[in-house]
Design a protein around this ligand. Structure first.
Ligand SMILES: Cc1cc2nc3c(=O)[nH]c(=O)nc-3n(C[C@H](O)[C@H](O)[C@H](O)COP(=O)(O)OP(=O)(O)OC[C@H]3O[C@@H](n4cnc5c(N)ncnc54)[C@H](O)[C@@H]3O)c2cc1C
Ligand code: SF4
Length: 322
């Protein structure tokens, strides 16, 4: 039985309410669906004194001028079946539907998925397990067992929706002690598994804003994992673009779950504006392979995960070009 130390739970019914509750106690943490936070508390990774519940904040998807706006409190299950998400942002619906299992998606929120802690097979373990190993740099220790060194943590950003949100150029609306601000999701993550979010203390994600895709938009999300029924990604690949027949007018590819930061693939402009034949698809797959360097923080041989990024690229582009 994994027990949790005592904490106080306070329920917020608005973002402002949640921020005010957080400000009342410097050791507070936000909790949305709790599907990641509570296992981490049980594993002794966090010991919050106050949990501020944001599951009661209004959820849902709405339209604003030239954008689709999703409340961070929206459950992944609802996102996966929302008619405007399915119609305009199909890869996001696809990614949300591939997170964890039906029970977890019924609780899990988009905000929690974007803000998810980084993962590592030496870190997401019980206190007893971690203690026996002498802990690690990310929690209570001084050594990284993945790269065998005392300085860098390469725990993985392992959210399924995040590569798609980067490929869709999403913006994040944040509310914190210093007020409101907007940030491109491409600016949120940094290459440091111990501190991978560029946020100030207490900042809340309130909304995810996605520009309505232009005409001919097509995209997909593919996920590599051991058990399709529940597992986190060992690698996730988002491909999005605007197409005219088999010609991409824009093209974005983002690889997730390989390092603390999702990886947008560079150099795709060279393939835009001409029909995507098999040779071009092969060249893009080579580019993805070259730029993907999976760290050994999650299960699965790193070389295999890298090769699968190229395989998934080839499959996705072949399907998308029609
Ligand atoms: C068995 C299992 C399998 C899983 N498989 C997957 C998987 O395949 N893919 C995947 O992506 N995830 C997976 N997860 C992780 C988790 O279920 C999801 O990432 C989920 O979306 C987290 O959302 P939540 O609302 O439950 O977040 P919570 O657990 O409530 O919170 C997660 C973190 O986000 C912070 N947070 C939450 N909302 C906000 C906000 N609005 N503003 C600021 N901070 C916020 C919390 O403080 C916490 O640090 C799995 C979890 C389990 C237990
Ligand atoms: S990558 Fe290294 S430091 Fe980071 S969680 Fe894993 S073992 Fe710990």
């Amino acid at each position: 039985m994994l027990r949790m130390d005592g904490f106080v739970y306070r329920h917020a019914s608005s973002w402002e309410d949640a921020l005010a509750l957080w400000q009342s106690n410097p050791e507070a943490q936000y909790i949305a669906g709790g599907t990641d936070l509570l296992p981490n508390v049980k594993h002794g990774l966090f010991a919050p004194k106050l949990l501020v519940g944001i599951g009661g904040v209004p959820a849902g998807v709405r339209r604003e001028a030239e954008a689709i706006v999703i409340s961070a409190a929206t459950r992944l299950d609802d996102l996966a079946v929302d008619s405007s998400i399915r119609e305009h942002l199909a890869p996001l619906a696809q990614a949300a539907a591939l997170v964890a299992s039906p029970q977890l998606r019924a609780m899990a929120t988009l905000g929690g998925n974007v803000m998810l802690d980084t993962r590592c097979m030496y870190y997401n373990q019980t206190l007893f397990w971690r203690q026996a190993l002498g802990y690690c740099l990310k929690a209570e220790g001084t050594w990284c067992h993945v790269i065998a060194g005392p300085k860098t943590c390469v725990a993985s950003q392992s959210s399924d929706t995040v590569p798609v949100l980067l490929a869709l150029d999403a913006r994040l609306r944040l509310l914190g002690p210093e007020g409101r601000r907007e940030l491109s999701i491409r600016e949120l993550y940094q290459y440091n598994g111990m501190d991978h979010l560029r946020l100030t203390a207490g900042e809340l994600l309130t909304d995810v804003v996605i520009p309505t895709p232009g005409p001919g938009f097509r995209g997909s999300y593919s996920k590599l994992r051991t058990r399709d029924s529940i597992d986190f990604p060992q690698m996730g690949l988002a491909v999005c673009g605007q197409w005219e027949g088999s010609t991409p007018r824009t093209l974005e590819i983002v690889v997730g779950a390989v390092s603390p930061q999702p990886k947008p693939v560079r150099g795709l402009d060279a393939f835009v504006g001409a029909p995507l034949d098999d040779a071009a698809i092969g060249a893009i797959a080579d580019l993805v392979h070259k730029q993907t360097r999976p760290q050994g923080s999650v299960h699965g041989d790193s070389n295999w995960r890298r090769q699968m990024a190229a395989v998934f690229t080839r499959r996705a582009l072949t399907a998308l070009r029609g």
